[in-house]
Design a protein around this ligand. Structure first.
Ligand SMILES: Nc1nc2c(ncn2[C@@H]2O[C@H](COP(=O)(O)OP(=O)(O)OP(=O)(O)O)[C@@H](O)[C@H]2O)c(=O)[nH]1
Ligand SMILES: [Mg+2]
Length: 244
């Protein structure tokens, strides 16, 4: 795959962004590579969007839901399923214009100490030095809220956020909360995230899917979001496998 300028998006007839374009674009996702360490990751010159968070938060499932592919990223009810950085390329007509990165989760108690330490180093390095990193999506189980490790991660990326790195917190598995619990979780995590963008997300109920897809599109195509173009075809409305 080569990299090239992205296709132009089209606003819907109303002038508002059309989520079908973002969803169609996300459906082009293909496995690119897997790397246990930063030095094994290929350099790419297109925007990269990383999915981070505690083990079992739902990162891989979220990627599968957004890309409308059942088994693109490995999701499992066994925490610690994702062990390396997995990259997925995006782009119409085989022209890569962005990359999604599925990162291993942290905070899983059963992981041996050395592995935990190694992983913290790899992730810290990745978040601080990956040149084409454009945005970070932090996934968090709202029943746990932002934990100490999430807060450490926020501290690590803060300098880059101040320099323009985009950042979004997703409260995953929102299908497990009633309306009152969801509202409470949102306001607590909004406070914790220091005014950062926080949204409810459910792969099971498809809550927040199109909205998040639109964010991803906008981050990857900042110069194009305002320009008109040809609408893309939407991908099938697949439901992910949920077994939690
Ligand atoms: N109810 C519900 N379960 C979900 C949702 N998203 C993910 N899950 C479940 O949560 C479990 C963990 O999902 P994963 O996507 O593998 O989590 P992960 O964050 O990638 O985990 P690691 O790779 O270990 O870091 C699986 O059993 C999923 O089916 C959701 O929106 N609702
Ligand atoms: Mg995973």
């Amino acid at each position: 795959m080569t990299s090239a300028p992205p296709p132009k998006p089209a606003p819907a007839a109303s002038g508002a962004p059309d989520p079908k374009i973002a969803m169609g674009w996300l459906h082009t996702a293909k496995f690119l590579t897997t790397a246990p360490e930063l030095k094994h990751l290929p350099r790419v010159d297109v925007p990269e969007i990383a999915f981070v968070g505690r083990s079992n938060a739902g990162k891989s499932t979220c990627i599968n839901t957004l890309t409308q592919q059942h088994r693109l990223a490995f999701a499992s009810k066994t925490p610690g399923r994702t062990q390396s950085i997995n990259l997925f390329s995006l782009g119409k007509q085989g022209v890569m214009d962005a990359v999604l990165a599925d990162l291993p989760g942290y905070g899983y108690a059963a992981v041996p100490k050395e592995a935990k330490y190694r992983w913290q180093q790899v992730m810290g390095n990745y978040l601080q030095t990956r040149d084409n990193l454009k945005a970070v999506v932090l996934l968090c189980d709202p029943r746990l809220g932002l934990t100490e490790l999430d807060e450490i991660l926020l501290d690590v990326i803060r300098p880059r956020v101040e320099e323009g790195l985009k950042f979004l917190v997703l409260l995953t598995k929102s299908d497990k909360l009633n309306k009152t619990e969801a509202a409470k979780a949102l306001s607590i995590v909004r406070l914790q995230a220091g005014g950062g963008d926080v949204k409810l997300f459910s792969s099971l109920k498809r809550q927040g899917v199109e909205e998040v897809a639109q964010h991803l599109w906008d981050w990857a195509h900042p110069a194009d979001t305002e320009k008109p173009g040809k609408p893309a075809k939407a991908a099938p409305d697949d439901l992910p496998e949920i077994n939690d």
